[in-house]
Design a protein around this ligand. Structure first.
Ligand code: CA2
Length: 144
């Protein structure tokens, strides 16, 4: 069975605990449990880190282990050429996810370096976006 790594970046460990008016009341543990329950055709692994280097190492280590990546890089989305280069280097199909619609927010959130190397971006659907990303990757991995 194909395997997918779901990476979450800085501050996403706070989901459901702070700013519920912006990011909702669902915790990251809730999202991970929903992903595991949803993915019948995929093995799903998870990592959250507040450190860019840890996320980079996880992307590098995914090569040969996982068939694809789902990444919500949090604020690193808008700043990190390093994460973009890491995703490009491993050549794994990658779906970018955001809980909020980043294009309807502040202009600095409209730019995503990851979208330049992802197969697609899902944003604005809250936690459901992770399940949509799993479906997209399952379809992609079934044909490759
Ligand atoms: O909408 C998303 O998923 C974001 O990736 C979330 C990031 C933000 O910087 C991106 O522009 C869009 C922020 C995640 C912060 O999560 C928190 C959760 C609870 C309390 C505080 C922050």
């Amino acid at each position: 069975m194909p395997s997918v790594l779901v990476l979450n970046g800085p501050n996403l460990n706070l989901l459901g605990q702070r700013q519920p008016e912006v990011y909702g009341s669902t915790t990251l543990a809730d999202i991970e449990a929903a992903c595991t329950a949803h993915a019948v055709d995929l093995d799903v692994a998870f990592l959250q880190s507040n450190h860019e280097g840890v996320l980079l190492d996880a992307i590098h280590a995914a090569k040969g282990v996982h068939g694809g990546l789902i990444i919500n890089a949090g604020a690193y989305t808008h700043t990190s050429i390093a994460l973009m280069d890491a995703v490009a280097s491993v050549e794994l199909p990658t779906v970018e996810v955001h809980l909020s619609n980043i294009h309807a927010r502040e202009p600095f959130r409209h730019v995503s370096y990851l979208s330049k190397v992802a197969i697609g971006q899902i944003c604005g659907f809250g936690p459901q976006g992770y399940l949509m990303a799993l479906d997209a990757l399952a379809a992609r991995l079934a044909t490759s």
